[in-house]
Design a binder for this molecule. Sequence first.
Ligand SMILES: Nc1ncnc2c1ncn2[C@@H]1O[C@H](COP(=O)(O)OP(=O)(O)O)[C@@H](O)[C@H]1O
Ligand SMILES: [Mg+2]
Length: 260
Amino acid sequence: MRSTSRSGAPAIEAFNLTKIYGSGNTEVVAMKDVSLTVARGEVVALLGPSGAGKSTLLTAIGLINPPTAGRIAIGGQPVMEADRALVDLRAFRRRHLGFVFQKANLIPFLTAAENVRVAMEINDLPARTARHRATELLGYLGVADRAHHLPNALSGGQQQRVAVARALANEPSLILADEPTAALDGHRGRQVMELFRQVAHERGAGVVVVTHDHRALDVFDRIYEMEDGQLRPSHSGTGASQAQSRSARRAFPSESNRLD
Ligand SMILES: Nc1ncnc2c1ncn2[C@@H]1O[C@H](COP(=O)(O)OP(=O)(O)O)[C@@H](O)[C@H]1O
Ligand SMILES: [Mg+2]
């Protein structure tokens, strides 16, 4: 284990993140002085109009799109200082982060189980372990009976469950989802949101979900709104602050989820 990792550390700590795209008269300040801490075991929603900076924030803390200024630590490990990487970002992302996007983006010629296994194989997990874990995860997400089907034989909701299974494959401490239910109807969208809550609470991951879907906001422990690159707590929440302290106490349900 790295000496810098601390099991009690939040999934994500981001301090004073600013992102400026372009320069001169094409300059866009997409994110201004944004700070966000999410505990493990906590599921947080990020709302806001198109162009508000939600994806910019998500891809910054996902180590895909470096901020112009600010600091990021994941699982207690400092990873970014402005646009300077403090770790091998690709390796860190592969081991500690899980992503879910609007479209499931499954590899079309691999079965559901193979799509989940690929995520582990790139981390050099033994094939046997990867097979077991893929089966377990597809069962956990309620699509065990689709394990050996190709993506085009699955419904949109089932594909998104497989994508969540893939995001969980490496037992990430942080899961980031950008409008994961935008392509689903209300009922299936809600089921996927409930899965994120379950994943956070049962598996001890911190989960941040960008969403326009106001119908499923009650599943979240905390809700933020972004506007013009700035982040503030939302008042459309539902007893969120109580849920927050509850889930913070529940963080780290198992040693096996530790960052190491
Ligand atoms: N690669 C880029 N180059 C220039 N401007 C960008 C780029 N990506 C996003 N932007 C701008 O930054 C702002 C925030 O975008 P984004 O984070 O995608 O918002 P959201 O996800 O909330 O819709 C918008 O004004 C957008 O046009
Ligand atoms: Mg976006």
